[in-house]
Every structure is written in C-alpha cells, then in structure tokens.
Design a protein around this ligand. Sequence first.
Ligand SMILES: NC(=O)c1ccc[n+]([C@@H]2O[C@H](COP(=O)([O-])OP(=O)(O)OC[C@H]3O[C@@H](n4cnc5c(N)ncnc54)[C@H](OP(=O)(O)O)[C@@H]3O)[C@@H](O)[C@H]2O)c1
Length: 260
Amino acid sequence: MHQNHTDRARFSGRTAVVTGASRGIGLAITEQLVSEGARVCITARKAGPLKEVAAAFPEGSVIAVAGKADDPEHRLEVFDTVAREFGGLDILVNNAGINPAYGPVAQLDLDVARKVLEVNVLATLAWIQGAVAHPGLRFAERCGSVVNLSSVTAETPAPGIGLYGVSKAAVSHLTRTLAAELGPLIRVNAVAPAVVKTQFAQALYEGREREAAEDYPMKRLGIPSDVASAVAYLASAESSWVTGHVLTVDGGLTVAGGTA
Ligand SMILES: NC(=O)c1ccc[n+]([C@@H]2O[C@H](COP(=O)([O-])OP(=O)(O)OC[C@H]3O[C@@H](n4cnc5c(N)ncnc54)[C@H](OP(=O)(O)O)[C@@H]3O)[C@@H](O)[C@H]2O)c1
C-alpha cells in the first residue's frame, strides 16, 4: 500500500550533525530530522542557548557541542562525540553561516571578507573532509549524505550583501565539485533559499515584510520549516539518485526576476 512520507520515519536509526542549530533554519532542520527518528548533534558558538535548545528535545535524541564552525578542534570534538555517542554518522548539514558586512564589495575590508570565506566556504569544506576522514564515523560505509546551505544570492548578486553571495556561490560550486568526487557512496547537495524569517535576515525585511513579500510569486517570505523540509528530502534515501544538486527554495522569487 502506498505510504506518503509523513507517516514513515525516514530517519529512524540515522544520525546527523547540524551546525549552527541553536535557532533559525538549523533548529528547524534538527526538529524535522528528530521528528522523523534521527539522533542529532547540534552546534553553535554560544553554549548556553545551545544547551537549552538541546534539552527541550526528547531525551537521547539531541546532543550539543558548542564551538565555532571554523575551529578545527571544535570539529574534531564534534566528530569524536558523535562517534562515541551515536556510533557513526549518516547526515552532515553545513548550516552555520555568517554575513557580518553590509555595503559595496568594492570597499569591503579584506579581513572581514576573509572571515566570511573562512566560515561559509572553508569551514564547509573542512566539515566534509573531517566527516569523510574520521574512522569512527564510517560516513562512506553508511552512504553518508551532505547538505550545504547556499543562497539565491549565489546566482544573483544582491545589493549590500555581495561578498556573502560570493561565498555562497563558492558553496554551490563546492557542492557540485565534491559530489563528483565523493560518489558513489557519499552524496553532496545544497539548498538555496531566498529570504527566510530568522534573526540572520531580519534587517532585510523588518518593518517592510508585506512589501518585501510582494516580489515573491508565493506572496510570502520563507519560514525555517520551508528550508528544513527541502534539507530532509536531500538528506533522505528518497533522493538517493540526486547528487551535486542545488535546490532553490525561494517562493518563486528568482523566476520572477527578484533578488534577496
Ligand atoms: N535566513 C535567510 O534568509 C537565509 C537565506 C539563505 C541562506 N541562509 C543560510 O542559512 C544558514 C542559517 O541561517 P539562519 O537564517 O538560520 O541564521 P540564524 O538565525 O542567525 O542562526 C544561525 C545559527 O548559527 C550559529 N552560528 C553563527 N555563526 C556561527 C559560527 N561561526 N560557528 C558556529 N555556529 C554559528 C548561531 O548561533 P551562535 O550565534 O550561538 O553561534 C545560530 O545557531 C546560513 O548558512 C545562512 O547563510 C539564510
């Protein structure tokens, strides 16, 4: 009999790492994976809020390791903890991302640019390298799935957040490049959202949400669960023949000619 996927636990017995998951999109991804049976290790820089969030999940389903996504010692601590507590890794979601600068790229402080590329691009690569190399995770043996957070700004430059777009273009290309290298056992995909209502994007719509939503054929901005369901599809066995794909999740913004 046909089952639709809401009544199946797609992630039963599966384990995941979701970076940057104390709020926003990362938290929604964690909620979705856990609700479908996964055990998840979440990360963020601030230990307090991260631990509080982990404690609100059913016992044993979520563990928290605080640290910076671009810190090699933190990554190793996460992977060692996952190997010890979960016995292996099936899903890696590179969600942590930053955009500390607003303004023209032509005048951007290069140290700020370096930091954006360090966290959004090089750390994404390093998490994937680390997951593949860690013997206790058996990521390839378990047919691991990586999902990276890109953005519609990867394809269409958006005024004021240009360098962020450059970093997300690199994430999209890294996704395709690693997918070609890491098959057949490991899949690498990405999602590319437009504006999603989180703390991160608040400045882009605060006080003008209705106006901002007008540019979207779906006539609303995104919410974190819009992205989480796309990530869950790419993380699950339902997408087992999909790799190197960047899935746009934008309420139609880009086909209507809009920018984030
Ligand atoms: N919201 C949007 O409109 C939108 C659109 C397209 C793409 N995205 C992408 O989606 C991802 C999540 O964004 P969001 O909107 O959910 O952001 P958010 O609400 O600001 O949440 C970011 C999360 O990441 C953590 N974090 C930030 N910097 C970190 C770092 N260096 N190392 C580890 N953790 C870090 C934060 O906790 P701490 O502060 O405690 O570290 C928090 O848990 C990002 O990659 C972003 O680029 C967002």
